[in-house]
Write a protein that binds this ligand. Structure first.
Ligand code: AHG
Ligand code: MN
Ligand code: MN
Length: 335
């Protein structure tokens, strides 16, 4: 028998602390958690059930869709459209927002998600995840359009990600710290295993796609050069590098033992101000990282203060251990 706190119990106890909470939000979160359990199952079956490989289509961002990008998007939609808590959804894998179908009641929340982060890693059996963010639908809006989703990250009610690795984990914040849950497959429940996660202020580990080095701006090139040189470049310490290319996995490492993760602005494709998507990736991850004591910036601005102007907008992302991220911000100010 398990003896830990399940995610459902945890959420109901949180809800009791909020006066006037109707239980709608807890129920919505429960559906998201169920979707992640279904996705965890699909991902873990891999080649046995023929879900690996490409789908033969591109998404709106010109990226080749994997079969699992499409399958996991569908799981998120089907798990969350019916219960009456949502007014609409938006996803990295859909061109436009998804209105709640007419046959279902509508609710007061909006759900945005990246159904499978790191999906380029899926065929090589490296950790992937699902990132989500819950926003309030503006008052008096019953038929939301894309512009109703364009709220800065500071407006998020909840953010979380599931990580499908050796363990399936769920990491959540509702603005009251960050908690991590591990899926106990014997009972089919996420159990609280990592309460009050906190990112150490200092680190000797950095994560960046080094193959983009020649496209970086000067402040990022300066910072990474110093990390590579370590004590020989005037830093007080030497650094190690890790790069998984699944943001969820890189961020989970930082939540566990600190680090700095960067997908900065570069000149590789001038039409893209960054690689990662503000609504589906940068904002929810920022909410979690800040709640764990870390810092998240574009280099020039706090990510959660960016006013979105497009659902699929991209931003530069620099996040993690406070003292290192603040150093990079300083380098941007120095130009
Ligand atoms: P997605 O699979 O949802 O498109 O996101 C992948 C992201 C992120 O997880 C990762 O950090 C980054 O893309 C890696 O990109 P590159 O391999 O192109 O550098
Ligand atoms: Mn992603
Ligand atoms: Mn994705």
């Amino acid at each position: 028998m398990h003896s830990g706190t399940t995610i459902t119990q945890f959420m109901i106890e949180e809800q009791r602390r909020i006066r006037g909470a109707s239980g709608d939000f807890t129920s919505l979160l429960n559906d998201v958690v169920t979707a992640c359990k279904v996705i965890s199952n699909a991902v873990s079956q891999g080649g046995l059930v023929g879900v690996l490989g490409t789908a033969g289509s591109d998404n709106i961002q010109g990226e080749v869709q994997k079969k699992l990008d499409v399958i996991t998007n569908d799981i998120m939609i089907k798990s969350n459209e019916w219960a009456g808590h949502l007014a609409g959804m938006a996803s990295e894998e859909m061109d436009d927002m998804y209105p709640i179908p007419k046959q279902y009641p509508k609710g007061k929340y909006l759900l945005v998600f990246d159904p499978l982060d790191g999906s380029s890693n899926i065929d090589v059996n490296i950790s992937v995840g699902t990132i989500f963010s819950i926003l309030r639908c503006p008052p008096d809006v019953t038929e939301p359009t894309a512009k109703d989703f364009l709220q800065p990250g500071t407006q998020q009610v909840c953010a979380g990600f599931a990580l499908y690795g050796p363990c399936t984990m769920m990491v959540l914040t509702t603005g009251n710290g960050v908690n991590g849950f591990t899926l106990d497959r014997n009972i089919g429940e996420f159990v609280l295993t990592h309460p009050k996660m906190s990112i150490p202020e200092d680190t000797q580990e950095f994560a960046i796609n080094m193959s983009n080095q020649r496209y970086w701006e000067a402040p990022v090139a300066r910072y990474i050069n110093e990390c590579l040189g370590g004590k020989a470049s005037g830093r007080e310490k030497n650094f190690n590098m890790r790069w998984i290319a699944s943001m969820v996995a890189d961020v989970y490492r930082i939540l566990t033992r600190g680090g700095i993760f960067m997908y900065p602005k570069d000149t590789k494709d001038p039409s893209k101000p960054g690689r990662l998507r503000l609504m589906y990736e940068a904002n929810p991850i920022s909410f979690i990282v800040e709640q764990a004591g870390g810092v998240c910036t574009t280099g020039r601005e706090r990510i959660m203060d960016v006013k979105p102007d497009d659902l699929h907008q991209r931003v530069p992302v620099i996040l993690g251990s406070r003292n290192e991220v603040e150093r990079v911000i300083r380098y941007h100010k120095e130009g």
